[in-house]
Design a protein around this ligand. Structure first.
Ligand SMILES: Cc1ncc(COP(=O)(O)O)c(C=O)c1O
Length: 381
C-alpha cells in the first residue's frame, strides 16, 4: 500500500469538523466540510448584525472583506491589490471577460473538460463575434499541450481553462499553457476552483493573467463567495463593462456623475458581498493557512494514491491522469449507476457525489485511509 503518511494531521483536525462523527466525508471537491470555526464565525456575524445593525458594515464587515482579500492574496502569492471578491466564479468571469477586447482577436480557446460556466461565457458572446474553440480530450482525462499549441494563434484573445479538471482531477501544466498563450499574444485565464486549497498555487510563478477560485470547496468556506486575481500590470488597461459601485473609487461618495474605476483588481467586484460567507470563508482560509499548502498537498496526494490503489485492488474501474504528479484529490470510479451508488453509500455513512458515468470521491487533508477503505468496500459490493 503506498500510503505511509502519518495520521497526525487528520487526527489533529478531525474534531474540528463534526461531520466525521457520523460520516466518512469524501466530497470536498463539491463542498468543503463545515468546521467548528466557520460555524462560530457565522454566529459571530449574526451577533454583529443583531448588535450593530447597519453600523456593522463600517465597524466590522468591510474589514472582514479586506481580511479575505488579503487571505486569498497570501494563499496564491499575489499582492492584495491584485485580488477581489465576487458572488461566484460565473460573476467574476462575466466582469473579467467584459473587459477583454475581442475586436482584433475574436478567438477564445477552452476545453471540453472545463466547467461549463466557463464555456458558456464565450458561447453567449457568439452572436457578437466571439469565436470559441473547444479543445477535445482524446482520453477523457486531460487535454494534450500540443492541442493548445495548435489552437492558440494570432487571432486568439484569451485562453481559458482549469488548473485541475473538475471531472477527472487531472492537473494541467498551467505554466506551459500560459507561456504558449503569451508567446502568441493571448491572455490566459485559469479556473483554479479545484486547485486552490488542495495544491500550492502561486499565481506569479504560473504567470497567469487571471485566476479564479471560490470559498466553497477545498477552501472550506461555504457558498456565496468567489475570489479573483488579475495580474497587476494589466489592471489599469482593462475596463470592464460589467461594473458595480464596489468597483469605483470612493464608493461611499455615491457619485453617479462619472465612472472612476478603482486602480486595483476590485474594479471587477460586482456589488455587495455575502457577508455571512465572508465570515465562514475567513475561518476556512485561516485553517488552510494554519495547516499549510505543502502539508495539505502531501496529505491529499497520499490519500488519493491510497484510494486509487484500493479501488484498483477491489477491481473497480478508475479513470485518472497517468502519474501521482498529475493526479489530485478527485477520483472518478466508473459506475453503471452512479446516482444509485452514491445514495447507497450515503445510507451507509459515506458521502460522495456523482457525475455522468462515475462516482466522484475527493479526500481532503482531514480524511483518513479508513474513509477510503469504507468507500471502496461499499462500491465493490
Ligand atoms: C471548476 C469549477 N469552475 C466553476 C464552477 C462554478 O462556479 P460558480 O457556481 O461559482 O459560478 C465549479 C462548480 O462546481 C467548478 O467546479
Amino acid at each position: 500500500m503506498p500510503n505511509s503518511e502519518s495520521y497526525e494531521l487528520a487526527e489533529r483536525y478531525r474534531s474540528e469538523f463534526p461531520i466525521f462523527r457520523w460520516a466518512s466525508y469524501l466530497n470536498s471537491c463539491s463542498l468543503g466540510a463545515l468546521s467548528r470555526r466557520s460555524r462560530a464565525a457565522l454566529i459571530e456575524c449574526a451577533d454583529l448584525w443583531d448588535r450593530w445593525g447597519a453600523s456593522a458594515w463600517y465597524e466590522h464587515w468591510l474589514g472582514a472583506c479586506d481580511d479575505v482579500r488579503a487571505g486569498f492574496a497570501r494563499l496564491i502569492g499575489s499582492d492584495v491589490s491584485e485580488t477581489g471578491l465576487a458572488p461566484s466564479i460565473s460573476a467574476a468571469l462575466s466582469s473579467i471577460v467584459s473587459a477583454v477586447d475581442f475586436g482584433v482577436r475574436p478567438k477564445v480557446v477552452t476545453t471540453e473538460l472545463d466547467f461549463p460556466t466557463v464555456v458558456y461565457q464565450f458561447l453567449a458572446r457568439g452572436e457578437r463575434g466571439v469565436e470559441t474553440t473547444v479543445l477535445s480530450s482524446p482520453d477523457g482525462v486531460s487535454v494534450p499541450l500540443e492541442s493548445f499549441a495548435e489552437a492558440i494563434d494570432e487571432r486568439t484573445a484569451l485562453v481559458a481553462t482549469s488548473h485541475v479538471y473538475f471531472t477527472t482531477g487531472a492537473i494541467q501544466d498551467v505554466s506551459a499553457i500560459t507561456r504558449l498563450s503569451h508567446e502568441r499574444g493571448a491572455l490566459c485565464l485559469i479556473d483554479a476552483y479545484q486547485s486552490t486549497g488542495q495544491l500550492p498555487v502561486d499565481a506569479r510563478e504560473l504567470g497567469v493573467d487571471f485566476l479564479l477560485s471560490g470559498a466553497l470547496k477545498w477552501l472550506l468556506g461555504g457558498a456565496g463567495l468567489a475570489y479573483l486575481y488579475v495580474r497587476g500590470p494589466l489592471i489599469e488597461g482593462l475596463r470592464p463593462t460589467a461594473v458595480s459601485w464596489f468597483g469605483v473609487e470612493d464608493q461611499f461618495a455615491f457619485d453617479s456623475a462619472g465612472l472612476r474605476l478603482r486602480p486595483d483588481a476590485r474594479r471587477f467586484e460586482l456589488g455587495t458581498p455575502a457577508i455571512p460567507t465572508v465570515y465562514t470563508a475567513r475561518a476556512g482560509l485561516q485553517i488552510i493557512e494554519e495547516v499549510g499548502m505543502e502539508a495539505i498537498r502531501r496529505r491529499v496526494s497520499s490519500l488519493s494514491e491510497d484510494l486509487l490503489w484500493r479501488a484498483r485492488a477491489a477491481g473497480l474501474r478508475v479513470r485518472c491522469a497517468p502519474t501521482p504528479e498529475t493526479r489530485s484529490g478527485i477520483l472518478m470510479v466508473q459506475h453503471d449507476d452512479p446516482a444509485g451508488a452514491v445514495e447507497r453509500l450515503a445510507e451507509a455513512g459515506v458521502i460522495c457525489d456523482h457525475r455522468p458515468g462515475a462516482v466522484r470521491l475527493s479526500p481532503h487533508f482531514y480524511n483518513t485511509t479508513e474513509d477510503n477503505e469504507r468507500a471502496v468496500a461499499l462500491l465493490a459490493l
